[in-house]
Structure formats: structure tokens, C-alpha cells
Write a protein that binds this ligand. Structure first.
Ligand code: CDP
Length: 805
């Protein structure tokens, strides 16, 4: 039926799908009314602080807490010995390894937790930390993952000595964690070896850190009267934290309430379980008082989960005219002291095997070796979906290097090899089924938008001018076409600690036609309260402004696996749409009764059910909701509620085309980003304004990573970038203007066709910035140099190429 005359007006009033609705969260955030962990203040609350190791590898000979305990206000100093009787001196990691909660005989990285001081005041706790005397005997340090594999390398994990079988298969060396492989090694090698052109390179994606503005922390409070433990914390997966806390502590799960209040950025840093949470729980149980632990910035950078640190050796073959014949990747993954990667259980290297990218590569193979070193543990998906960023950087660098080998334009090389729109759904050589895409359309739009050919002409002229000595600035054009894989994931192959990676939404419509919906996810700034209400508005006809979205309280929200890796929209967003459809199905029965027609005689029109052929006879969702609560309807239960647990049939595959135009000063190594064009395709767009915000934020993080951000170690294992003086966090000053664009290729299996977007700009942004730097020097013989491209490194590249005269 055609829309009623006022349908469009009513649709606009809903502020549903596609509406650039203003973020409802911002009223509270911009007025200082957010409620973060550190805002939680409970009567009698104590404060915890860690004694941390100054050594990267040392034996702990003794710990003397006498002086600390003598300080007025100090309540306790916990060490591994205190936790051991409880079985809590070690804890399981998400990756099937185990991790010391407090140093048990030795320390394995600088900043490792050695003792937990509990005091009446945060400052007293910090003073007492200084008074704890620890006697260390330093041991040889290994920070290089290749040296860690030498036969005579020191044994880092003495607890694993003689253990030949790890969580992901055999261990072949005392510092080896796992080898994981995918694809056809013999086939890939044969295809590459028989190719007319072969490109080979090692690409390093350096160690970095998500560095959320709010650091990690928690407040643990044990109510000894009713036996209930409440844990507020910066948790990206509150339900999983509750399950893990129950399994570790033996407290029944119904007696644990985990609450994630407002979270000031997560980016993967707040997925795992940290010693601070365990110690705070123990401390509240022991003292009977609430205990708060909030790490400071240096602790966050030095000790909580790192990201990346992948050495990726690639081989790629092609015909002379640029058709890729095969891809081979071998990764040495530096996991630090404990394997605490946050990946679905079956994927110790996350989804790295998306490394064939946007290209139709006939045969491929990848293998990843995980290795222990004396660095902080982790391996989190820093604004990415489980090692997808590493994979995208790898393939987008390999394509550039292959283009150099072929003497071909890198944009054209991409176009020749893109998976065509008619090939979707497309199964990659490494086993993924890409749901939908139209890469050629996106690519052509992007190249046109920046006048690619004009840029290349300008670049060539600039090279000539440089050679004539008329300029000292080079021009780089950084191209990227990335394909992501987000929305973990189908329960059949994705779980975390055995919990299937579904997600959930529960909706309750109130009698007066407004609603509350609760989800298993948790926003950390993504604007879920705004966008999930929009999905529901379109599904139920209740205006988004009349829908409250709640997340993060395990006592009220349905079980879900949380928010990371852009899974909220693909999984919880789908659950939301499905729950909305259940509401609508029941509403249809009620409307049929009220209008005295058969269910099938009704049709949905924006916010109401109307009789087919008689649109003047209708019941609005608000009227139906009221009837659900105040009228006895034969065969229909009172109330209007629904819940959906959604197990996605597949992941979603957002993609994008990014182009960065960068000027580089050869003499100073400084760069200036002249233009950054970002085209994203995330399927159906829920809120274009939020998408744009996500893209801006993700690109700025990508800029940071590519151009300066790094967790660097010296040979002694000292962290050289443990403060924001050294760790690059861009401000508005360094951030360029971004030009955003889009195409819209819906996911065929998602109820509303939406794919994730939050991670895309980081995944695509890093290679775009980095390729721009490389491209500026291409005419002078540069093939590969490692990130981050800070001024010093760029200057050094220019010097090594002989450009300083
Ligand atoms: O899991 P996370 O929330 O980090 O990432 P996401 O699912 O990619 O969503 C990030 C934000 O972008 C959310 O507020 C989404 O609702 C919004 N979004 C959108 O408006 N349209 C899409 N197609 C995808 C995400």
C-alpha cells in the first residue's frame, strides 16, 4: 500500500534508521554529569594500590611490608602468598594461558604487580607502596621475540618448563606459545614460486596501546550480611566478568552483580581481567569494606594490555600484468610475559586470516607463532576486530610493495584484483565467507573525489622540482582499500572462555507507549543509547525519544558478550531488531482484536497497524500498548515485552576506500596532511552523524599509531614511552580535517542490513597514513620502513636515501 499522506511526517517523528539524531548521552557528558568508576564513593571505602616491579625479569627473593603496615591508615598488604591459599595468585587468561595476579617467585615485565596495598586513603596507599621493600635478583632480559626463540634464550615461564602442549597445540621451545596456521602452504608457495613477479618483505606493526582517556579501575563491595558481591568497573564485557568472577571466587553467580557505569573509552583495553580486579575483590572480602582501585596513566600504559607487536613476513606473487597469484604470510607475534590476548578461543591470532583483504587471491597461507618475551601481556583488539588491523596493514603494504616491483600504479593494481560485486557471497582462500561488497564502485568514487590522476601528476612534478633543488617537500599519496570482518560471532565457532558470542536485547513497552530496552553490550562512547533506540523506533513505531536504552548492569541486562570489535551493531543491533519484531508480532494480534479483523487483514504503517484497503481504520502502537495492559484479550497474555538472543549466521564485512595526501619535509621529517578522504561502507547506516563521529575518532587513533604512538622498550625491558610526554596522543592541533563519504551495501544476513563501523577507520586509517609516507619516497627507492613514522624516523629515512645532500 502507498504511504498515508502523513506517513513521512510520522516517520521523521520516530527518528529511526538513517536519522542523524543528536546523541542523547551528550547532555549528561557535556554537563559533567557522567558517572564513571572513580565517581563511585561508598561509605567506609578503602583504596588499593600496587607495588610494581622496576625490573623486566627478576627473581623476587623477599617482600617486607613491615614499614608499610606501620603507616597509619594502611589496612593490609597482599602478596602472592596471601592469595595462594585461595588459589588466586594466578588467574586464567582469555587466551587459555594463565597469568600471575601478584608476583609468584619472579617478575616477567616492568610494571608487573608485586603486592597490593590497601589503605583508608588513596594517597596513604601510594605512600605505603613506596615503603614496601622488595629484594630482587635481576635475570637476563629478552625483549626481542626472535632472540627469545634462540636455543639458549633464558626460560621466561618457569611454570611451563617441560610443558610441551599449550592451549593451541604443541610448544616447540620454552618461550614458544603456539603455532597457528590457516590455508594451503604448499599451494601458496608453488603459486608464488611460479609467478612472473614476486614481492617479499617483512612488515612490522609495532607495539602500541589503546590508551583510553579513562584508565582501568573498579570498586568491589562485599555485603557480608546478604552474601552479595557488587563490582563496578570499566568493563567492556560485564557479563563475562561476572561469570569469571564466579568461577574464580566460588561465589554463586546470582550473588555477584557487575556494573559497568559510564566508560571513558575502551578500545579493547577494558576487555580482559586485570590483577587489580582480583585483588580488590579479595580485599573487600577480607576487610568487609568496599575497595576501590583505579590505575594511573603510567600504570595503564606500562601494565595493561598492549596491542599489535606483529612481525609479518610476506610473499606475494603476480603475473606481469598484475594479477595476484598467491599470498604467503608468516607472523612472529610478541605476546609478552603471558598470553592474555583477547580473541575468540579458537583463534589465537584473532581473525588475522582476513589478510587476503579486498582481493581475489586464488591461494593463500598464513601462520602465526606466538612467543613469550619480558614485556607486558595482552594482545588486545585496539579498535579493531581481533588482529584485523594487523592483517589490513599487512596486505595493504604488500600491495604497495608489489606495485613497486611491477612498476605499476597501486590504485590500478588494486582495481585489477578486487573481488567483483557479482562474486559475493565470496569465500576467501583462507576460509571466510564475505557477505557483501561493491569495491569497484567505492574505489572509483574515492579516486574521483580526490582527483587521483591530478594528484599523481602533481607528485611527479614535485619529484622533478625536488631534483632540481626547487623544493624540499615531497608529496605522498596513501591509498588503502580495506575489508574488515566484524560481528563475532557465530556461536558455532566463536566463544570467549566457553561462552558463545551471541548478544541480546530485552524490550519492555510501558502502558503509555514509551519503552525501555536493555542490551548485553556496553557503550564506551559509541552512542548506543542513541542508535539502538533508532533501530527500535523503526521496528516498533515508538519514537526514539520515548525509548530508554540501558546497558551494563548484570542484574538487569540480559546476558551478552559485550562491546568490542564492532560487534554491537552486527550482533546486539540484530538482537534489538529481532526483539522489536517480536513486539510488533504481538502488537498485530492485539490490533486485530481491537479492530475486529483477522491478523492477516492488517498491514504495518510506520507506527501503526491499519486495515488493508481501509487505512482510516488503524491502531497506533501507543494505543496497542495501552490495550496490552488494560484489556483482557482472548488468547493473548497481558503486557508487551520481548527478548531476543541473537546468534549471527555470519560476521559482517564492512569495507572502505581511504586516501591520504601528505606533504613531507625532507630536512625536518615533519609531515602535513593536506587531505584525508575516507569512504566507508557499513551497510545500512543507522545514524550518519554517529558514523561520522566514529570515523573521525578512529582516524585520529590511526593517525596516532601510524605517525608516532608506540610502546617502546630498551634492551633492559624498561618502558621508554610510559607517560604521555613520550606516548603520542594526538590533540586537535595534530588532527587534520577529514572528508567522509559513503556507499551503502547492506549485509544480506543482518536483519536491518547493518555492518559495524567503529573499528573501520582505525583498520583502514593506519595503512593510509603509512602508505602516504612510503609513497612520498617511492621515487627515491624506498620499499619499506617501519612505523611509527615520527619526525625522527622520517628524517632518518630521507637521510638513508641520500636526500640530505
Ligand atoms: O561495537 P561498537 O559499538 O564499538 O561498534 P559498532 O557496532 O560499529 O557501532 C558504533 C556506533 O556506530 C554505534 O552507535 C552504532 O549504532 C553506530 N552505527 C551506525 O549508526 N550504523 C552502522 N551501520 C553501524 C554502526
Amino acid at each position: 500500500m502507498k504511504d498515508l499522506p502523513d506517513s513521512e511526517e510520522r516517520r521523521a517523528n520516530l527518528k529511526g534508521l538513517g536519522c542523524a539524531r543528536k546523541r542523547v548521552e551528550d547532555a549528561r557528558f557535556t554537563q559533567g554529569k557522567g558517572n564513571y568508576v572513580d565517581d563511585i564513593k561508598l561509605p567506609g571505602m578503602l583504596f588499593g594500590d600496587f607495588v610494581r616491579s622496576p625490573y623486566a625479569h627478576a627473581r623476587v627473593k623477599s617482600i617486607n611490608a613491615e614499614a608499610a603496615l606501620a603507616l597509619p591508615g594502611v589496612i593490609a598488604v597482599l602478596t602472592a602468598k596471601d592469595l595462594e591459599p585461595l588459589g588466586l595468585h594466578w588467574m586464567p587468561t582469555l587466551a587459555g594461558d594463565k597469568q600471575m595476579v601478584l608476583a609468584d617467585g619472579k617478575v616477567l615485565f616492568q610494571g608487573q604487580e608485586v603486592a597490593f596495598v590497601v589503605a583508608t586513603d588513596r594517597y596513604i596507599a601510594a605512600d605505603a607502596v613506596e615503603l614496601v621493600e622488595v629484594d630482587y635478583e635481576d635475570l637476563p632480559v629478552v625483549v626481542d621475540p626472535f632472540k627469545a626463540q634462540a636455543p639458549d634464550a633464558p626460560v621466561l615461564r618457569e611454570d611451563l618448563e617441560g610443558v610441551t602442549e599449550g592451549a593451541h597445540g604443541p610448544r616447540r621451545h620454552h618461550n614458544h606459545i603456539f603455532t597457528w596456521e590457516q590455508g594451503d602452504a604448499a599451494g601458496a608457495n608453488a603459486a608464488i614460486d611460479g609467478s612472473e613477479v614476486i614481492a617479499e618483505e617483512t612488515i612490522y606493526y609495532h607495539r602500541t596501546h589503546p590508551c583510553p582517556l579513562e584508565t582501568c579501575g573498579c570498586v568491589a563491595s562485599m555485603d557480608k550480611i546478604n552474601g552479595k558481591l557488587t563490582l563496578w568497573g570499566t568493563f567492556q564485557a560485564p557479563h563475562v566478568v561476572r561469570t569469571v568472577a564466579s568461577l574464580l571466587s566460588g561465589i554463586d553467580e546470582h550473588n555477584i552483580r557487575v556494573v559497568s557505569p559510564d566508560i571513558g573509552g575502551g578500545f579493547g583495553n577494558k576487555v580482559g581481567v586485570y590483577p587489580g580486579y582480583v585483588c580488590s575483590i579479595v580485599a573487600t572480602i577480607v576487610t568487609g569494606k568496599p575497595v576501590k582501585w583505579v590505575e594511573d596513566r603510567m600504570e595503564n600504559l606500562m601494565a595493561t594490555a598492549f596491542a599489535r607487536d606483529y612481525w609479518m613476513k610476506g610473499r606475494i606473487g603476480a603475473t606481469k600484468d598484475g594479477r595476484i597469484t598467491g599470498l604467503h604470510a608468516h607472523v612472529t607475534a610478541d605476546h609478552g610475559a603471558f598470553d592474555a590476548c583477547a580473541d575468540p578461543t579458537k583463534f589465537p591470532a584473532g581473525f588475522f586470516h582476513i589478510c587476503t583483504g579486498s582481493y581475489d587471491i586464488p591461494v593463500a597461507y598464513c601462520a602465526v607463532d606466538g612467543v613469550y618475551t619480558n614485556k607486558a601481556p595482552g594482545g588486545v583488539a585496539y579498535r579493531c576486530s581481533f588482529r584485523v588491523t594487523e592483517a589490513a596493514y599487512f596486505i595493504e603494504r604488500m600491495i604497495e610493495i608489489l606495485a613497486i616491483k611491477l612498476g605499476m600504479d597501486a590504485a590500478e593494481l588494486r582495481r585489477i584484483n578486487f573481488i567483483r560485486a557479482d562474486q559475493f557471497p565470496y569465500t576467501s582462500a583462507l576460509g571466510w565467507e564475505y557477505d557483501s561488497g561493491d569495491y569497484h564502485t567505492a574505489w572509483d568514487k574515492a579516486l574521483k573525489a580526490v582527483d587521483y590522476e591530478g594528484l599523481r601528476r602533481e607528485q611527479a612534478e614535485r619529484v622533478e622540482a625536488f631534483r632540481r633543488g626547487e623544493t624540499r617537500k615531497l608529496l605522498g599519496i596513501g591509498l588503502t582499500h580495506f575489508t574488515e570482518i566484524v560481528g563475532a560471532g557465530p556461536v558455532k565457532n566463536c566463544d570467549i572462555l566457553g561462552m558463545g558470542m551471541f548478544d541480546s536485547c530485552e524490550i519492555r513497552i510501558h502502558p503509555t507507549g514509551s519503552a525501555i530496552a536493555r542490551l548485553g553490550t556496553i557503550s564506551q562512547g559509541q552512542g548506543h543509547a542513541t542508535t539502538f533506540a533508532q533501530i527500535l523506533a523503526s521496528e516498533t513505531g515508538i519514537p526514539a525519544d520515548k525509548i530508554t536504552i540501558e546497558e551494563g548492569d548484570t542484574d538487569t541486562a540480559p546476558y551478552g558478550l559485550g562491546t568490542y570489535g564492532s560487534r554491537s551493531t552486527p550482533v546486539a543491533g540484530a538482537a534489538t531488531a529481532m526483539a522489536g519484531r517480536k513486539i510488533r508480532a504481538k502488537a498485530q494480534m492485539i490490533a486485530a482484536y481491537l479492530l475486529e479483523v483477522h491478523d492477516d487483514d492488517l498491514e504495518w504503517d510506520v507506527d501503526r497497524f491499519a486495515v488493508k484497503g481501509a487505512p482510516e481504520r488503524f491502531k497506533t502502537m501507543a494505543e496497542i500498548a495501552y490495550a496490552a495492559y488494560n484489556q483482557a484479550i482472548p488468547g493473548v497474555e497481558p503486557g508487551l515485552e520481548a527478548v531476543s538472543y541473537y546468534d549471527p549466521p555470519n560476521m559482517t564485512y564492512p569495507f572502505g576506500a581511504y586516501i591520504c595526501v601528505m606533504e613531507i619535509d625532507v630536512d625536518t621529517g615533519e609531515h602535513e596532511i593536506r587531505q584525508f578522504y575516507a569512504l566507508d561502507d557499513c551497510g545500512t547506516r543507522i545514524n550518519p552523524m554517529i558514523i561520522e563521529g566514529q570515523v573521525h575518532g578512529g582516524l585520529t587513533e590511526a593517525l596516532a599509531i601510524a605517525m608516532g604512538q608506540e610502546i617502546a622498550y630498551d634492551d633492559m625491558g624498561n618502558v621508554r614511552t610510559g607517560t604521555l610526554m613520550d606516548f603520542f596522543l594526538p590533540t586537535a592541533w595534530e588532527t587534520p580535517n577529514y572528508q567522509t563519504d559513503w556507499t551503502e551495501t547492506p549485509s544480506p544476513h543482518h536483519p536491518i542490513g547493518a555492518k559495524g563501523v567503529g573499528e573501520s577507520p582505525n583498520v583502514g586509517g593506519v595503512p593510509a597514513f603509512s602508505n602516504a609516507v612510503h609513497d612520498a619516497f617511492r621515487a627515491f627507492g624506498l620499499t619499506q620502513t617501519h612505523m611509527p613514522h615520527d619526525h625522527w624516523r622520517i628524517w632518518r629515512t630521507a637521510r638513508d636515501l641520500g636526500l640530505h645532500g
